[in-house]
Design a protein around this ligand. Structure first.
Ligand SMILES: NC(=O)c1ccc[n+]([C@@H]2O[C@H](COP(=O)([O-])OP(=O)(O)OC[C@H]3O[C@@H](n4cnc5c(N)ncnc54)[C@H](O)[C@@H]3O)[C@@H](O)[C@H]2O)c1
Ligand SMILES: [Zn+2]
Length: 376
């Protein structure tokens, strides 16, 4: 999978996110965790303390390597555990973590290190954004989804019972260290879930990436580390460029990254968070592509190609039968992707072609939802 143009240093892919004084580097390489201490020291000057936020499960697998590498800096890290799973991304949990930061004496000269998947990253990022009106933080993503997507771009948030990510802030990390070796311990279904976001990038921005995904499915799903490293670097490059153009998501450019998320978030919520984020996004992309095709914007052959790739990866593309359309619509109305009362969709116009963002009439949404079930 030869796709990456990101700078390479000692076999390490380095992707820069250029945002003026909020710029940072993403390092992607197997084993980079062992150099975390050295790199944090290089990139974050005058650090006096670290607080690692992670879950007990993730810490038991990868915490040892991180702490050993932080030894190089001569500063002993403090540890804050959050329970595993999406249920941790709450206002209450953020408040509890902040209480621990206060008790530990974490101040402006400290840095927070998020070790984990998107849940830990979003929560730790949110806490870093609001604690003392903002402290620096480093992302050490350990799921594919977090390595290709959630650790980059500075969107941090917690969920509300009425919707996902309803309370959040933009707060860029100071450094991202992605170690694809951590994916060796990731359950296969989590790896597959992360691939949904890679398909998203390919459809909204890069035909070559789509071709490479089609050609490398076995290696990717089989956790071939070198293929995954190339994929992560490519996805980071694509996301970095969108974020640079529209950091705060207010110019309708970064919004393309929400492809599949209008319906995806609603499916995730309605499943009681039983359906993984990436799986829900796969279903959401399928509905959005169907919608685009029914509106004459997407060639049906391209819709079929996307559908085939998602299925070959092992991702769901059909809405669960039990999910009621009216409830899905209600949840979509509460989500952030609504403008002037109408639900907005990122619609593909071809694989790798720029997307269009449109308010879509409910009648068409309902038909696409129905179609997505009928073919199940
Ligand atoms: N901020 C953003 O831009 C953004 C983008 C996409 C998704 N997200 C958010 O990301 C979250 C989903 O993230 P996720 O898919 O990483 O889920 P997750 O963080 O819940 O991790 C999935 C599971 O994998 C386990 N795990 C993590 N790393 C592991 C490893 N190396 N080995 C073994 N097990 C490991 C975790 O303990 C957890 O049980 C959602 O809340 C979503 O909203 C945010
Ligand atoms: Zn997502």
């Amino acid at each position: 999978m030869k796709l990456v143009t990101a700078a390479l240093e000692d076999g390490i892919h380095i992707v820069k996110v250029n945002l003026g004084n909020r710029s940072y580097a993403i390092y992607i390489a197997p084993g980079i965790m062992d150099r975390a201490g050295q790199l944090i020291k290089r990139h974050l000057t005058s650090i006096q303390r670290y607080a690692i936020i992670t879950s007990p499960e993730i810490y038991s697998i990868h915490g040892g390597a991180l702490c050993k590498s932080l030894d190089d800096t001569g500063i002993e890290p403090s540890l804050i555990f959050v329970p595993d799973g999406e249920e941790s991304k709450t206002w209450d949990e953020a408040g509890r973590v902040i209480g621990e930061l206060v008790d530990l004496g974490i101040d402006k000269r400290s840095t927070i290190i998020a070790l984990g998947g998107g849940v830990v990253g979003d929560l730790a990022g949110f806490v870093s954004a609001i604690y003392l009106r903002g402290v620096r933080f480093v992302q050490l993503p350990t799921t594919l989804l977090a390595q290709v997507d959630s650790s980059i771009g500075g969107k941090t948030a917690v969920n509300h019972t009425k919707g996902k990510n309803l309370m959040g802030a933009f707060h860029q990390p100071s450094l991202v260290l992605s170690d694809p070796n951590t994916l060796k311990t990731l359950p296969r279904e989590e790896l597959v879930s992360g691939l949904a976001e890679a398909v998203k990038y390919a459809v909204i921005a890069n035909t070559k990436l789509f071709n490479a995904l089609e050609a490398n499915i076995d290696k990717l799903v089989g956790c071939d580390i070198s293929t995954l490293s190339e994929l992560i670097a490519r996805c980071c490059e694509i996301k970095a460029r969108f974020v640079e153009l529209d950091e705060r998501d207010d110019k309708d450019l970064r919004a393309a990254l929400n492809y599949g998320h209008t319906v995806g978030h609603a499916v995730e919520i309605l499943s009681g968070l039983e359906i993984r984020h990436g799986e829900a996004v796969a279903i959401g992309m399928s509905v959005a592509a169907r919608l685009a095709s029914s509106m004459g914007m997407l060639d049906p052959a391209e819709l079929d190609r996307q559908e085939a790739l998602l299925k070959r990866i092992g991702l769901p593309t059909e809405l669960p039968q039990r999910m009621d359309d009216k409830t899905l619509l209600e949840i979509m109305h509460r989500d952030k992707k609504v403008l002037d009362g109408s639900i907005r969709f990122v619609l593909p116009t071809g694989i790798g072609d720029p997307t269009t963002i449109r308010s879509v009439p409910e009648k068409l949404i309902l038909r696409a939802l129905e179609d997505s079930r009928r073919e199940a």
